[in-house]
Design a protein around this ligand. Structure first.
Ligand code: NAD
Ligand code: UGA
Length: 462
């Protein structure tokens, strides 16, 4: 059997599912199979209700599924029948042993390498799609080459840069595709095989080929640079609140400098998501490992600043609600870590909820997509929490609303109706700066945008 155009992806998560759906859709000559140990997830990929919410993904999956896109739990057959194997398993922060809380946990990744060795019957190209510490390809190569079947495995790094909520657009029209290989003949040949896949829809000038180590490190460094911009702007937002400057004006003024650029300068309640924190901490751990302590401290500060921003948001709210939220209903609008996803991994809303519950607030949570995950995240946490499908019900009888996710529909609600149903004085803490603050103030709210002074009906505090 000719398997050269058979692609396997191990790991059917937020990355494996969308990336492979787009590859299958754009490359009708290839057969793409996505496998996962999680049967429930695979069943969902094969059903009408996909396991993740991602705008535009349903259409792509429906076009390709059953033609050249398949989802299965049969890892062994997948490996046997595919020449090209993407590995897209999770690489979370280690929670135990050496490097706990910092280093990447590579146990899932190593298990896949061992599975490949066990089930392969011919040479393979193994592609790191997961985000991994730089030099992981070396370990991967060693495990794969330890086989006693005389097989050759070529390891390629092809990190993924898509963001959740915009995954389909990012994959269909990427800024760049990065493909790193070993610098030898076998490496370059395998690299070209992967270039050939992307060249079906990505302009060649956007396909960047490098050595494997640059590719691995570029992924960590890109996430660190993006997160650093957010922490930088959030740090300035704190200064704005003390000085009557307005972070939206400051961001705009900074961003219009073409050397700085306008993207990723939105101040907010802090960055969330499964990757920024984990990837920075992973890089910090690597720097310490290589005795680069000032470099490690520099990047760790990005995470420390993010935690400060989450805490600062809650402290500002509590102090302005007369230094107590005990027994007060607070409506959280948004729980997902960003708009257009149901994903709540490392969402600032989790930390903010826990801090408010410690202050004995009564929480009411609304999110258009993330309530099932919110329930899991707060399971077992002590305190009073209700979950509302309807934002009006969520705010009914509340003392305050906190905007924690920038869902567009939150700016389109009837805030006059909401105001009338709330306890007075009524507060809005807009942690994403998406509402019309002046209009809310005119309705009667005490409005606290982020990174600028409040619009309040109350006499100033000493
Ligand atoms: P995820 O947790 O959603 O998915 C990983 C999947 O791998 C899970 O379904 C799990 O069951 C499966 N898996 C684990 N071990 C397995 C094994 N041995 N055999 C078969 N399946 C196995 O994770 P994700 O968000 O898709 O992230 C995957 C990787 O991609 C991570 O390294 C992450 O850093 C990186 N990444 C994520 C994003 C993102 O937006 N989520 C973007 C770029 C890169
Ligand atoms: C991020 C990167 O943008 C992707 O390139 C990368 O592939 C991915 O991580 C990954 O490796 O997992 P993602 O986390 O899905 O993507 O979403 P982002 O749009 O980057 O947002 C991350 C967090 O930063 C969100 O909580 C968002 O609200 C916040 N953010 C973003 C801000 O607070 N301000 C901004 O200006 C931009």
């Amino acid at each position: 059997m000719d398997t050269s155009k058979n692609i396997l992806c191990i790991g059917a998560g937020y990355v494996g599912g969308p990336t492979m759906a787009v590859i299958a859709d754009k490359c009708p000559d290839y057969k793409v199979t996505v496998v996962d140990l999680n049967k429930e997830r695979i069943d969902a990929w094969n059903s009408d209700v996909l396991p993740i919410y991602e705008p535009g993904l349903d259409e792509v999956v429906k076009r390709a599924r059953g033609k050249n896109l398949f989802f299965s739990t049969d890892v062994a057959s997948g490996i046997k029948n595919s020449k090209i194997i993407f590995v897209s398993v999770n690489t979370p922060t280690k929670t135990f042993g050496e490097g706990a809380g910092m280093a990447a946990n590579l146990e899932y990744w190593e298990k896949t390498a061992r599975n490949i060795v066990e089930f392969a019957e011919e040479d393979k190209i193994v592609i790191e799609k997961s985000t991994l510490p730089v030099r992981t390809a070396e370990a991967m190569h060693r495990i794969l080459e330890s086989n006693d079947k005389g097989l050759h495995f070529e390891v390629i790094s092809n990190p993924e840069f898509m963001a959740e909520g915009t995954a389909v657009g990012d994959l269909e029209n990427p800024d760049r595709v990065l493909i790193g290989s070993m610098e030898n003949e076998h490496g370059r040949k395998a690299q070209q095989d992967i270039v050939d896949i992307y060249a079906n829809w990505v302009p060649v000038e956007k396909i960047l080929t490098t050595n494997v180590w640059s590719s691995e490190l570029s992924k960590l460094a890109s996430n660190a640079m993006l997160a650093q911009r957010i922490s930088s702007v959030n740090s300035i937002s704190a200064l704005c609140e003390k000085t009557d400057a307005d972070i939206r004006e400051v961001s705009k003024a900074m961003g219009m400098d073409t050397r700085i650029g306008a993207k990723f300068l939105r101040a907010g309640v802090g960055f969330g998501g499964s990757c920024f924190k984990k990837d920075i901490l992973n890089m910090v751990y690597l720097c310490r490992y290589y005795n680069l302590h000032p470099v490690a401290d520099y990047w760790e500060q990005v995470v420390i600043m993010n935690e400060f921003q989450e805490k600062r948001f809650v402290r500002r709210a509590v102090s302005n609600m007369f230094n107590t939220v005990a027994g007060k209903k607070i409506a959280l609008f948004g729980f997902a870590f960003k708009a257009d996803t149901g994903d709540t991994r490392e969402a600032p809303a989790i930390y903010i909820s826990k801090m408010l519950l410690e202050e004995h607030a009564v929480l009411s949570i609304h999110d258009p997509q993330a309530l099932p995950n919110a329930k899991k995240d707060l399971q077992g946490v002590e305190g009073s929490i209700e979950y509302c499908e309807d934002p009006y019900e969520c705010a009914d009888g509340a003392h305050a609303i906190m905007i924690l996710t920038e869902w567009k529909q939150f700016s389109e609600l009837d805030y006059k109706k909401i105001y009338e149903s709330m306890m007075k004085p009524a507060f809005i803490f807009d942690g994403r700066n998406i509402l019309h603050h002046k209009e809310l103030f005119e309705i009667g709210f005490n409005v606290f945008p982020l990174g600028t002074k409040e619009l309040t009906q109350l006499p100033p505090m000493d």
